[in-house]
Design a binder for this molecule. Structure first.
Ligand SMILES: NC(=O)c1ccc[n+]([C@@H]2O[C@H](COP(=O)([O-])OP(=O)(O)OC[C@H]3O[C@@H](n4cnc5c(N)ncnc54)[C@H](O)[C@@H]3O)[C@@H](O)[C@H]2O)c1
Length: 701
């Protein structure tokens, strides 16, 4: 480990510079370096002021998250920050890029803050189930108004430099080199005879009304951050900042942090943090395999998905050519994209000039010849095998050599699609989620003959489009939709047994799912899943209760939101209970001889989630997913599974695999002996008191 903190001294001003690529994480080396630097400067009479800055593209990006699991090494944050704050000469933070988490807390412990005009300050700790634990909850409200401090920590959104200046977090915003700006600010301080200004000695700002602010925020997070403990505990620490001395408040912050760091919520969120970084590692692919160059994207099919995919890539700065068989489809896509972009500009997400640039990077055409130059083309036409094969034959003819040919199919056999081309090694599945310009998940489906460099290209492209790309192998539904199938089957079966759609959805939403599955079907179109199940046959033909509610809604054309009715009614866009649908489905349950047991919320949750987990185990056995944590990423990034529960496989480990296995055996005895069978992997792990995490580690993944 080289020198991560360096000091230089010129004309009485010391510049302490952290240089820990890539993002100056405040790990133990940085803390040790800062301690050493500030101890040395304290005893140096030549030093009149200190500027604390970072090399590279940003200020400190946060703590070293691994240390929460390995234990915090010495020196700790409090010791180092106290040393900075106790400096006998003024310390000026010079912030460029973004200061995040511990980075912002370091800046708060400095006496003054100078920011580059593009800089930002964020405290996103809640996204990891913890709170700022290096004095942030106590120092921030002493610099900016109490309510603004609460909002900054609850939202996790960074403050831009100008906003930070307005609120009092930043003393000066500079253009040009931030270190030069901070040095000249330090000179002004010296000239004016201004010494250290310790944040901890300031009074909380605008803290008269804290009781009312806290009551309102507590009520708000109980609704918007349901099932989570870190937001409420954060508010306790902030209350202490308003009511107690700095030192007493800091003790509250420490106690709260200690109670959160090893709690399931924080472990779950850390698990996902690392899981999302693991997804790109593919065992067996040599690091020498380099991605192919992709600068231009072709898309076939200007429908819902084609339009969203086009936006996702135009947003990432790529050239996009969109082909459709119908002029109307092209016009519709163009109008939808324009409307969507206009809305974003109105909301300030990007500028009009950026919007114009993105629109300009899109070409629309009716003729496949437009795809000749595309480096990668994604097919997004109707979910129909014959049609997809026809498209791939055409693509094989027009695409240049080395171009990648991808399909956005949700369910079809990609090996069969690849086989109609003369270049199956260039064919891959890129399964986007709707709306494709918003959803973070991309399932990358590796077909039997997909070349390694094509896979690596897809992973790089996902990163470029700011998506999380998870690799799956070919099977019905890949990872996500395959696991969804038994989950949805249970939800529908519960309705046939006498639960209402609302009871089923509420049970799942109370667990934390973004939306109950029956409401999801209404939103996506009840016909979508139904048609693939019919096309596929299998269980659908054997069991008359299998997804019978969806089939009945289809028979009546009640396809969900788009037809104004489905599992629910839609009145002025609002979802309301549909009594006649409830009655119809209950009658059907009785007609089919389904025992009317009216399952309660706990049973609904257990059945839906354990069915999902059991299928997850099968997906691992079959090698469709490489890692249990990949399934967790798929479900949290693409299926509304609550992040604070870590994803279905992590959640299963927290429940205990033996408990889940035993429950599945109960369901086998009491519900359906044919349908409920524990996966072999689940059985093995349950009997050996193991976990999915342990299994994954043993696989070396
Ligand atoms: N809608 C979703 O939520 C979703 C999610 C993931 C994947 N998918 C998959 O994406 C694909 C597209 O779905 P969608 O919802 O966007 O469908 P869509 O019906 O909205 O759009 C399909 C488009 O393809 C065009 N098309 C049909 N035949 C064509 C041809 N021969 N040449 C050129 N264009 C042709 C149609 O005119 C239409 O504009 C399907 O395979 C679907 O399974 C959909």
């Amino acid at each position: 480990m080289g020198q991560v903190v360096g000091t230089s001294l010129s004309n009485g001003i010391a510049v302490v510079r952290i240089d820990q690529p890539p993002v100056n994480t405040m790990d133990r080396h940085v803390r040790a370096g800062l301690k050493q630097a500030f101890l040395a400067l304290r005893d140096n009479p030549k030093v009149k002021a200190i500027v604390l800055a970072c090399a590279g593209r940003m200020f400190i990006a946060g703590a070293d998250i691994k240390e929460f699991d390995t234990g915090m090494a010495e020196p700790g944050f409090h010791e180092v920050l106290r040393l900075i704050e106790d400096s006998p000469v003024p310390v000026v933070a010079a912030v460029h890029g973004t200061a995040l988490g511990a980075g912002t807390e370091v800046a708060l412990a400095c006496h003054y803050r100078v920011a580059a005009d593009g800089a930002g300050f964020g405290l996103p700790e809640l996204s990891l189930g913890i709170i700022p634990g290096a004095g942030g909850t106590q120092r921030l409200p002493r610099l900016i108004p109490f309510e603004a401090a609460v909002d900054m920590m609850l939202s996790g959104r960074p403050l831009a430099a100008a906003q930070a200046k307005e609120l009092g977090l930043v003393d000066k915003v500079v253009t040009g080199d931030v270190v030069e700006g901070a040095v000249s600010y330090a000179n002004e301080l010296i000239a004016a005879g201004r010494g250290p200004r310790k944040t901890r000695e300031q009074k909380p700002v605008a803290a008269e009304n804290t009781a009312a602010v806290l009551a309102a925020k507590r009520a708000e997070v109980a609704k918007t951050m349901r099932n989570r403990q870190s937001p409420l505990k954060l508010l306790n620490a902030l209350q202490a900042a308003a009511e107690k001395s700095f030192d007493a408040g800091l003790e509250v912050e420490k106690a709260v942090s200690a109670s959160l760091e090893q709690a399931t919520e924080a472990r779950a969120l850390r698990h996902l943090f690392f899981a999302e970084r693991e997804v790109g590692k593919i065992p067996g692919i040599s690091p020498d395999v380099k991605p192919r160059l992709v600068e231009s994207i072709g898309i076939v099919g200007a429908g819902t998905m084609g339009g969203g995919i086009a936006m996702a890539f135009a947003n990432a700065g790529l050239q996009v050519t969109i082909i459709d068989a119908k002029q109307e489809a092209i016009e519709r896509a163009r109008a939808t994209i324009t409307k969507n972009y206009e809305r974003s500009v109105k909301r300030g997400r990007f500028t009009q000039a950026q919007m114009d640039g993105r629109i300009k990077s899109m070409n629309f055409a009716l003729d496949f010849d437009g795809l000749k130059q595309s480096d990668l083309t994604i097919e997004a036409v109707f979910e129909n095998m014959d049609l997809k094969k026809e498209i791939f034959r055409k693509l094989d003819k027009v695409a240049k050599q080395g171009a990648i040919l991808a399909t956005n199919t949700s369910t079809l056999d990609i090996d069969a699609i690849a086989a109609v081309t003369g270049r199956p090694q260039d064919v891959i599945g890129l399964h986007f989620f709707s709306p494709a310009n918003v959803m973070r998940l991309l399932e990358i489906v590796r077909a039997k003959k997909t070349a390694d460099d094509v896979l690596v290209t897809a992973l790089a492209l996902a990163r470029k489009a700011r998506k999380v790309g998870v690799v799956a192998k070919v099977c019905y539904g890949f990872i996500g939709n395959r696991i969804m199938d038994p989950y949805g089957r249970e939800a529908e079966h519960c309705v046939l047994e006498g639960a209402t759609p609302k009871e089923v959805d509420s049970a799942l939403e109370d667990f934390g799912m973004a939306m109950g599955i029956l409401a999801v079907y209404d939103m996506a179109g009840v016909d979508v899943g139904h048609l693939t199940r019919v096309a596929l046959g299998n269980a659908f033909n054997r069991d008359p209760t299998f997804y019978r509610p969806s089939a009945m809604l289809n028979e009546r054309g009640w396809l969900g939101q788009k037809t104004g009715r489905g599992y629910y009614h839609y009145e002025d866009g609002k979802r309301v209970v549909a009594p006649e649908v409830v009655a119809m489905l209950h009658e059907e349950g009785k007609r089919l001889g389904v025992p009317q047991r009216k399952p309660g919320a706990d049973e609904i949750r257990e059945r839906c989630l354990y069915a999902m987990i059991n299928e997850g185990a099968r997906v691992l056995e079959d090698g469709i997913a490489m890692r249990a944590s990949d399934i967790d990423v798929v479900y949290t990034a693409g299926y509304g599974f609550p992040r604070y529960r870590g994803g279905p496989m992590f959640y299963a480990d927290t429940v205990g695999l033996k408990k889940i296995y035993d429950r599945i055996l109960d369901f086998q005895r009491t519900l359906d002996s044919h349908y409920w069978r524990p996966a072999a992997l689940l059985e093995k792990l349950a009997k050996s008191k193991s976990t999915f995490a342990q299994w994954q580690a043993e696989q070396g993944r």
